[in-house]
Design a protein around this ligand. Structure first.
Ligand SMILES: C[S@@+](CC[C@H](N)C(=O)[O-])C[C@H]1O[C@@H](n2cnc3c(N)ncnc32)[C@H](O)[C@@H]1O
Ligand code: SF4
Length: 408
């Protein structure tokens, strides 16, 4: 959608309920050995069928959101094209989906529309069309600024391509984010520092730095089980984590989440929806969404069919590919509230906003373990402040352990 048409979709509507939309494109040029995302090597695609099916499922999701939230006044705050590799999407489909969304919802004035992109030169040629379609934020999967690192990670691009992609993205889009992966075997602090300084030096407004994780079902997992050492020593990785926070903060991109760093007003609003237990709908293979019923302390949780072929068949038959549609009880919402919310540097209110004070619920289900909470506060890993609970840097490095004890 060209900028002028995007503006006309942005009718301010204060009464509307805010909502986010995730769109999954499940295809990639090749499969990276560390990746467990729902991604498949693209063969011949029936573009017309994908366009038709994604628009049909979006229409179905709009109905579900309206029904669950008991209103058809829904305002899209963010749209996120994730993958897989959305930069491989035919721009016609990106444009049709944004146009379709504008017929189903109102758009926030400052709607954030992100696409993930791989920095391959062929795909970057499409970015002008993506921009014209309405994408206003690009998230580039750089992963490493060292050719040895890229080769180790099995990436299909070079450092030169990555640098060109960053420069091109920054001229086209107002907001650019880059993903890097650290904690590779034998990665030194000096080498990681150099990569961080170089990437921030491009002028990006947002950085995601992920610690290399060996995910079950990946090639790296099989190699690890066969004895290969594919990650750095945990203590060294912890040092690299602290270094990342220091360098990013000094360059004006303070940490706002476990793995995310941003300049002022440039946090990823779409991901904040997940971390703050907001409402989002989803379209495309394997995607999932959550919508909280107003004033009822329960949430609808749905998941779409994972295999691209199965998803297409289901949408052709039913107009959607929902495989699971269940109601989450308040105690599950409470757990996820802390699992996501403690990732945020600012933490979350001790009383979740979705708690309706007029509904009686067994209090013990909705408390963190008081003894562990006090112990972690004493250690300085948790901080209670202004009615909120947050994790310190040391706490964020032990988040899984702490959550296990707090939610025990
Ligand atoms: C949906 S994925 C990939 C997006 C895009 N296709 C790409 O490869 O750049 C989003 C990000 O997750 C991170 N990631 C994926 N698997 C990971 C793993 N096993 N360990 C650490 N980071 C990972 C990568 O940084 C990646 O850019
Ligand atoms: S990391 Fe990105 S490009 Fe690689 S397989 Fe996963 S989704 Fe595809």
């Amino acid at each position: 959608m060209p900028a002028s048409r995007l503006e006309s979709a942005c009718a301010p509507n204060a009464a509307a309920v805010p909502l986010s939309l995730y769109i999954h494109w499940p295809f990639c040029v090749s499969k990276c050995p560390y990746c467990d995302f729902n991604s498949h090597i693209a063969g011949e695609l029936d573009e017309a069928a994908w366009l038709r099916s994604m628009c049909a499922e979006l229409e179905h999701m709009a109905r579900i959101a309206a029904e669950t939230l008991s209103t058809d006044k829904l305002r899209l705050e963010t749209i996120f094209f994730g993958g897989g590799t959305p930069s491989l999407m035919p721009p016609k489909i990106v444009s049709a989906l944004i146009d379709k969304a504008a017929t189903l919802f109102s758009f926030a004035n400052n709607i954030e529309i992100t696409a993930e992109a791989n920095p391959n030169s062929a795909e970057m040629k499409q970015m002008e069309s993506f921009h014209s379609a309405g994408i206003n934020r690009l998230s580039l999967g750089i992963q490493s600024l060292h050719n040895e690192g890229l080769a180790f990670l099995g990436r299909a691009h070079s450092v030169d391509e990555a640098c060109n992609a960053l420069e091109q993205a920054l001229t086209l889009f107002d907001r650019v984010s880059a993903d890097l992966i650290y904690g590779l075997p034998e990665q030194t602090a000096a080498e990681w520092q150099q990569q961080l300084t170089q990437i921030i030096g491009f002028g990006i407004q947002h950085l995601s730095a992920y610690q290399l994780t060996i995910e079950p079902g990946t090639i790296f997992h099989s190699r690890t089980r066969a004895g290969a050492i594919l990650t750095a020593e945990p203590d060294h990785v912890a040092d690299l984590y602290e270094l990342t926070e220091d360098i990013a903060a000094a360059a004006g991109l303070p940490a706002y989440e476990v793995s995310n760093y941003a300049a002022a007003n440039n946090q990823a609003r779409h991901n904040l929806t997940y971390w703050q237990s907001g409402n989002w709908i989803a379209v495309g293979p394997g995607a999932h969404g959550r919508i909280t019923y107003p004033h009822q302390q329960k949430r609808r949780h749905f998941r779409l069919r994972r295999s691209p072929g199965g998803w297409l068949n289901d949408v052709a038959s039913n107009g959607h590919a929902i495989e699971e549609d269940r109601i989450e009880a308040a105690c599950d919402m409470y757990e996820e509230y802390w699992m996501m919310g403690l990732r945020l540097v600012k933490g979350m209110p001790l009383t979740p906003p979705f708690f309706a004070p007029d509904i009686a619920l067994p209090g013990s289900v909705f408390c963190l373990d008081a003894e562990w909470q006090a112990r972690f506060c004493k250690e300085g890993w948790l901080i209670e402040e202004g009615g909120c609970l947050k994790a310190s840097l040391q706490g964020r490095m032990r988040l899984d352990y702490m959550l296990g004890k707090l939610l025990g």
